[in-house]
Design a protein around this ligand. Structure first.
Ligand code: NAP
Length: 270
């Protein structure tokens, strides 16, 4: 009996939490389906795609490091991803075998902020890597005001402001923060095994929101500092779950169950 399935591919892949998330939703909805990990090395990526596209049970895959750029050349329809976010994290197989590529990170990042009016609001983003690209793409779409990027490599960050048509400036990691409405950590700083992100949050207004994409640990030093200042916070699991939810619907044709996020979060942090 054939079972529809999707996968997450990367090298390494053992660390991925995606099978846990998709598996939880499949079970909660009682859907016939599977979501697996596939260890795909860079030199095997083209063969993997060629083989899977022939399999009608394969609904597609999530794509993680180091394939997010290379996969753009292997799908039939990459949309406008190459000229915008510049990284693909989801491939969906159509019934005729055609492969459509997309990126759900930007929408996943923005989902917890969707109720806010960020138009014209000053924002701070730490980092200028792949995650920062998705964040800046979403923030540009939301029409935010000046963006201050803090990054170790300033040139890279300046390039991102230009790419996304954002007004703002690039400053060093130890610069004094402007009074921003939203501060996002999209760097690896604060992640387990990485140096901490030490920012002085005293210049942020009392209604500022601090959002950390890092989810290991879940309560980073940055979020702890924001909470002790009484600021609202968003942790990295919100984005992780948000980007997965969009992919799940593309793979299995149904939205994840509502009202089960706390249970899922408990599973992910157990
Ligand atoms: P990346 O492309 O490798 O970028 C890493 C960023 O961190 C760069 O800006 C880099 O600065 C900076 N950085 C790294 N080590 C540093 C150090 N020792 N000192 C100063 N800056 C340093 O990684 P990414 O894919 O953007 O991921 C960044 C973080 O976001 C990771 O912790 C990842 O787990 C998290 N993330 C979370 C989600 C989610 O769903 N919650 C999704 C994607 C990513 P340079 O530019 O100077 O190299």
């Amino acid at each position: 009996m054939s079972i529809p399935y999707a996968e997450v591919i990367g090298d390494p892949i053992a660390q991925s939490k995606s099978p846990l998330i998709h598996g939880f939703w499949l079970e909660a909805l009682g859907l016939k389906g599977d979501y697996r990990r596939a260890h795909v090395k860079p030199d095997a990526l083209a063969d993997y795609v060629a083989e899977r596209r022939e399999d009608p049970d394969w609904r597609g895959c999530n794509v993680t490091m180091p394939h997010k750029a290379a996969i753009m050349d292997l799908v039939d329809d990459p949309g406008d991803i190459r000229g915008s976010i510049g990284a693909m994290n989801t491939v969906v197989r159509q019934r005729d075998g055609a492969l459509i590529g997309t990126n759900t990170d930007a929408a996943g990042f923005y989902a917890p902020l969707a109720e806010l009016d960020l138009e014209g609001a000053p924002v701070v983003v730490v980092g200028a890597g792949g995650a920062a690209r998705a964040v800046l793409f979403a923030l540009a779409r939301a029409g935010v005001g000046p963006v201050t990027i803090l990054n170790r490599s300033p040139l890279k960050a300046m390039g991102l402001l230009a790419t996304f048509g954002l007004k703002g400036e690039v400053v060093a990691l130890d610069a004094t923060l402007p009074p921003a409405a939203l501060l996002v950590n999209a760097s690896s700083l604060g992640m387990k095994g990485q140096p901490p992100l030490d920012l002085d949050l005293s210049h942020l207004p009392d209604d500022a929101i601090v959002y950390d994409l890092v989810y290991s640990p879940l309560t980073t030093g940055l979020l702890a500092a924001a909470e002790s200042r009484g600021l609202d916070t968003v942790d990295g699991l919100d984005m992780l779950i948000g980007q997965a939810a969009l992919a799940f619907e593309l793979f299995f044709g149904k939205a994840p169950p509502e009202g089960r996020d706390e249970e899922l979060r408990a599973l992910l942090t157990a």
